[in-house]
Design a protein around this ligand. Structure first.
Ligand SMILES: C[S@@+](CC[C@H](N)C(=O)[O-])C[C@H]1O[C@@H](n2cnc3c(N)ncnc32)[C@H](O)[C@@H]1O
Length: 214
């Protein structure tokens, strides 16, 4: 973060706390993943966005979900719970240790068979897939626009692009000009203007862009 970077609140903290309390659930693996994120300061999507991912995947009746930037599998865990019975999810990450952790969690949940764990550059790996129902983008912010340009054709008609951090700590509206903020601004504009998509941004946590491929 540069010293000129100005963050803006997206959700009133009391509303965020209320929503989090309201959406309490009983899942020790999610609890452990959230505890670990706090301990090491890892940027997972969190439970409010997790529920949104579940709902989108179930509404979409998703059979193939490709994640760009899976970390240790928190967002993928939510998606995986909502897949169609014959569906699967592809997790990608640069770091082998993240994917190892994801694999252990999926194994404990009895979901290992639903997932592919692929280490390397997310954009390179994703080239191997077509007929994608949901492309989830949560890796380098500067790669967001390129990711959609590259994989638009691999999405099924009616498929979704779901991108985390689309309000980027509020910096999209604070006049911030750092490269990540500029990339997120360009991405949001591109998605709103692209006639191939109908897009919206859900201002939950750090903002989630959801785009329907027409
Ligand atoms: C915000 S975290 C992902 C969090 C995850 N989606 C979740 O909510 O549980 C971003 C992850 O993307 C990975 N990453 C960033 N750029 C990448 C790239 N170009 N290719 C592969 N992985 C990348 C990082 O190693 C990091 O683990």
């Amino acid at each position: 973060m540069s010293e000129n970077t100005i963050d803006l609140p997206i959700t009133e903290p009391r509303i965020e706390e209320y929503l989090t309390r309201l959406m309490h659930r009983d899942d020790p693996l999610l609890d452990e993943m959230e505890r670990y994120a706090k301990e090491v300061g890892f940027p997972i999507v969190g439970p409010l966005v997790g529920r949104l991912l579940w709902v989108l995947a179930r509404l979409k009746r998703a059979r193939l979900i490709v994640e760009l930037g899976s970390g240790y599998g928190y967002s993928a865990y939510w998606f995986a719970q909502a897949l169609e019975p014959d569906g699967h999810i592809v997790l990608t990450d640069r770091k082998a240790e993240n994917l190892e952790r994801a694999r252990r969690t999926f194994h404990e949940a009895g979901m290992e068979g639903l997932a592919e764990f692929r280490q390397g550059e997310a954009l390179e790996i994703a080239k191997d897939y077509k007929d994608i129902d949901i492309l989830f983008i949560d890796a380098d912010k500067t790669q967001y626009p390129e990711a959609v340009r590259m994989f638009k054709d691999a999405l099924v008609p009616g498929g979704l692009v779901v991108a985390d951090n689309s309000l980027w700590h509020g910096r999209v509206a604070s006049g911030d000009t750092t490269p990540d903020t500029r990339a997120v601004l360009a991405f949001n504009e591109m998605m709103m203007e692209d006639p191939a998509f109908f897009s919206t941004i859900v201002p939950v946590r750090d903002g989630v862009l959801v785009a329907y491929k027409l």
